[in-house]
Ligand binder design. Structure first.
Ligand code: KG4
Ligand code: ZN
Length: 344
């Protein structure tokens, strides 16, 4: 089965073709970074309009690159939430309509399920069950994954997501949007011993997170040392990053021990962080566990993960009715395995 995947939940237009027999056939991405940079963050209405402009030409190019005609696509998968509602509606509207016009089934995909299953696009995919750490701009969750659609929430953030904390702290440090990767680059040059930030909620049991205090800690540190010289900026970035990464590692170790599982999957934009991978790798080895992550371009938003997740659901019979539906909010744990999604 060949599935066209469409991702438009935020500031990337992503499309891909995934084949259940041959794997990923082609993928393409248009990033809106240049469009939003002048505003220091994503402007939702500009995001929607840019998806409208870029999505159809990107799909045409994708089909040409893969050498496929429209009669050779067997299903369409699109992100239906969570995300920016206007941006989601562009992908959902076009995806559902293409499927109708081509006479093939459509399936609505949960953006975080896409992230969670993205490591399956890599050679030697992880086997179920595993613990997943989902770390993106909007989510920080620990999930026990028994199979496609079988998700048990172990821990969640009480306030900011890890990526959001990276972005806000980057702004405080005067770094350009998108802040997370910029902050990570600056931190590489920072003295690790100059400042020490707290590791929030690690001194009590539980698997929940809280990152908003770290951002305040960073703001106070900046005020105290202003005007900042380059070495101090880098040291603050380093201290912030070390605190987030340590916290994530401590909670992942706890999740592995509590569930007794020996496999960990990292997914979402923050899992592109090089030092996070390094530290998780060391922790997993010490625990006798294995850890997997997707290649960096499949950590951040992309069409391939949506095509993959959609294909898994379509193969098991999931079908979307004719309505075009998108949800700004959509808890991951309301999903069910695709067999149960049949004939609701
Ligand atoms: O998954 P994603 O592309 O979009 C959402 O679903 O939110 O994640 C984007 C988030 C942003 O907050 C971005 O700053 C963060 O991932 N991010 C990083 C890195 N690359 C992306 N954070 C830390 N280090 C990175 N290398
Ligand atoms: Zn995402």
């Amino acid at each position: 089965m060949r599935v066209l995947g469409i991702e438009t939940s935020c500031d990337e237009t992503g499309v891909a073709l995934y084949c259940s027999e041959k794997g990923l056939l082609a993928h393409a991405l248009h990033s809106q970074i240049a469009l939003h940079a002048a505003f220091g963050g994503v402007v939702p209405e500009l995001a929607s309009r840019d998806h409208v402009r870029k999505l159809l030409p990107l799909i045409r190019r994708l089909l040409d690159d893969a050498g496929l005609g429209r009669g050779q696509v067997d299903g369409v998968a699109y992100t239906a939430g969570p995300g920016l509602i206007g941006a989601l509606l562009v992908g959902a509207g076009l995806g559902r309509s293409l499927a109708w016009a081509w006479g093939i089934p459509a399936v609505a995909v949960h953006h975080m399920e896409g992230h969670l299953l993205a490591p399956m696009l890599e050679p030697g995919p992880p086997a179920f069950p595993f613990v997943a750490l989902l770390v993106s701009g909007g989510h920080t969750q620990l999930v026990a994954v028994a199979g496609v659609g079988a998700y048990r929430l172990l821990g969640d953030t009480l306030d900011d997501a890890a990526g959001e904390a990276f972005d806000k702290t980057a702004k405080i440090l005067g770094l350009p949007y998108p802040g997370g990767p910029e902050l990570a680059r600056l931190a590489e040059r920072g003295d690790p011993d100059r400042f020490r930030f707290p590791r929030p909620m690690t001194d009590r049991p539980g698997l929940d997170f809280s990152f908003s205090g770290l951002k305040t800690f960073a703001r106070n540190c900046v005020l105290e040392h202003s005007p900042l010289d380059e070495a101090t900026r880098a040291a603050i970035a380093r201290a912030f990053e070390d605190a987030v990464l340590d916290t994530l590692v401590i909670k992942c170790r706890r999740a592995l021990r509590e569930t007794g599982l020996k496999r960990l999957v990292l997914a979402g934009g923050v899992s592109a962080n090089r030092r996070l991978r390094e530290r998780m790798g060391l922790m997993a080895t010490a625990e006798g566990a294995e850890v997997r992550w997707p290649r960096p371009e499949f950590c951040t938003d992309n069409g391939a993960m949506i095509a993959y997740a959609g294909c898994q659901r379509l193969l098991r019979g999931a079908r979307e009715p004719l309505e075009i539906d998108a949800r700004a909010r959509w808890p991951l744990t309301t999903l069910a395995p695709p067999q149960e999604a049949l004939n609701p």
